[in-house]
Ligand binder design. Structure first.
Ligand code: AP5
Length: 224
């Protein structure tokens, strides 16, 4: 049986985390969201966290060598031997090339890249209303996906907060970084015939359905 090795690609706030959580439940695969991993590292005060914090606070990308090491460690650990979902990595062409090289070393290859497409003005609306829980990184929106009880996570009961980088100035810079450094990956993966576009401007359930349908097709093609 072949494995599903998936990448969720898309601008900040496109719904990678929202859909990644659903996909992880459906597929029961390890899910590596580099933003969550880095925020955890900052909270724990690790070397990686200390290196990453200033970049994240500004909305810049952390240096490639820092984040490539983080993902390489996970792929080498054995826990992703039967597939994985990557969210937020790769985010530059050098990161994508490093990922290809690492997967080649362990005789693996990507199954598909899922691009969640959302226009910039919608991104700003989404990120300005986002709330995240302090315990499990569960994601809400004050209007589009509110919790049952205001300020409290439905799933683990922890407090909901506004992320440090969800303020207008940093959101603007994150979009600039995306268009400048990450959007070239669309052509990069299109050139490898791995790119699959999903319209991320629909409501979360419809986006989830579109991704589920796509993944079912991929599973059939891969014989999983
Ligand atoms: P990261 O945490 O990955 O941030 P991001 O890419 O900016 O993505 P977000 O988490 O903001 O958005 P999302 O697409 O997950 O959307 P979500 O589901 O939350 O990275 C943070 C920082 O870490 C980076 O700026 C960088 O510094 C660093 N970093 C991380 N990876 C790196 C790498 N590889 N290289 C270098 N640096 C790296 O949804 C957003 C909101 O919209 C929520 O409120 C949600 O409820 C709502 N929503 C979701 N879907 C819908 C929908 N369909 N309709 C309406 N609302 C919706």
């Amino acid at each position: 049986m072949a494995d599903l090795n998936l990448i969720l690609l898309g601008p900040p706030g496109s719904g990678k985390g929202t859909q990644g959580e659903r996909l992880q439940e459906d597929l029961e695969l390890p899910y590596y969201a580099t933003g969550d991993i880095l925020r955890g590292a900052v909270k724990d005060g690790t070397d990686v966290g200390l290196k990453a914090k200033e970049y994240m606070d500004r909305g810049d990308l952390v240096p490639d060598e820092v984040i490539i090491g983080v993902i390489a460690d996970r792929l080498e650990s054995g826990e992703a031997d039967h597939g994985f979902i990557l969210d937020g990595f790769p985010r530059t062409v050098p990161q994508a090339e490093a990922l290809d090289q690492k997967l080649g070393e362990i005789s693996r290859q990507l199954t598909a890249v899922i691009l969640i497409d959302v226009p910039d003005d919608e991104i700003v609306r989404r990120l300005s209303g986002r709330r995240v829980c302090t315990e499990g990184n569960h994601v809400y929106h004050v209007d589009f996906s509110p919790p049952e009880q205001e300020g409290v996570c439905d799933i683990d009961g922890s407090e909901l907060i506004v992320r440090d980088d969800d303020n207008a100035e940093v959101i603007r810079n994150r979009l600039v970084q995306y268009h400048d450094k990450t959007a070239p990956l669309v052509d990069f993966y299109d050139g490898q015939a791995l790119l699959n576009r999903v319209d991320g401007s629909m409501d979360p359930d419809r986006v989830g359905e579109a991704i589920r349908t796509l993944v079912s097709t991929l599973s059939l093609e891969e014989g999983t």
